[in-house]
Design a protein around this ligand. Structure first.
Ligand code: 5GP
Length: 198
């Protein structure tokens, strides 16, 4: 029986789309490796260094760029985010699927990457909320954020949503369970592709 190479699943979408939950669940169920990104932003309460992100000082992030450690990196809302090559390539060659939570700029950079391993592995999905009202409700959350903070998030989300036509797949969010079922179905179908056999 032939073996297959891993899938590199890029998942983008505005905050409030539920994409992080989908990516994490796939990894928690041992279906894929979650690529832990580096970021210069502050950890939020409850976030753990080395699990949610590698939280780096700006100088350390810059050093990783100089050492050519990143597959891609981008500035998102004034902070830097980057995917380490080691979080992706080491897994793909072993046939392990990798899931990445990534913004639209980062996804464009990975798409334009010429590495044949990456090109063969690539699957990109855009997750979006069902409506503007639902997005607003999700971004408003517990109602503890100021109106201007919510307005900024809303503007950013609407801007990010313009990019869905750049992706191969789109998932319009419904319930958590339905979303995960669709997401998992995409992974299962991609695994059956003959072009992935080695
Ligand atoms: P947050 O700070 O809310 O965790 O993430 C902000 C944005 O950065 C999200 O759109 C998320 O998908 C994106 N992001 C997370 N990790 C990476 C990464 O490694 N590279 C890029 N380009 N974006 C990332």
């Amino acid at each position: 029986m032939s073996k297959r190479t891993g899938i590199l699943l890029l998942v983008s979408g505005p905050s409030g789309s539920g994409k992080t939950t989908l990516c994490r669940r796939l990894a928690d169920e041992n279906e894929a490796h979650y690529s832990i990104s580096c970021t210069t932003r502050q950890a939020r309460p409850g976030e753990v260094d080395g699990t949610d992100y590698h939280f780096l000082a700006r100088e350390d992030f810059q050093q990783q760029i100089e050492k050519d450690e990143f597959l891609e990196h981008a500035e998102v809302h004034t902070n830097h985010y980057g995917t380490l090559k080691s979080e992706v390539l080491d897994y793909l060659v072993k046939g392990v699927d990798v899931v990445m939570d990534i913004d639209v700029q980062g996804a464009a950079l990975v798409r334009s990457c010429e590495d044949p391993e990456i090109q063969k592995a690539l699957v990109d999905l855009f997750v979006m909320p069902p409506s503007e009202e639902e997005l607003r409700a999700r971004l408003t959350g517990r109602g503890t954020d100021a109106e201007d903070v919510i307005a900024l998030r809303m503007r950013n989300a609407l801007e990010e949503m313009q990019h869905w036509p750049e992706y191969s797949y789109r998932l319009v969010s419904a319930t958590r369970e339905e979303d995960y079922l669709n997401f998992k179905s995409l992974v299962l179908a991609e695994r059956l592709k003959i072009s992935r056999l080695v």
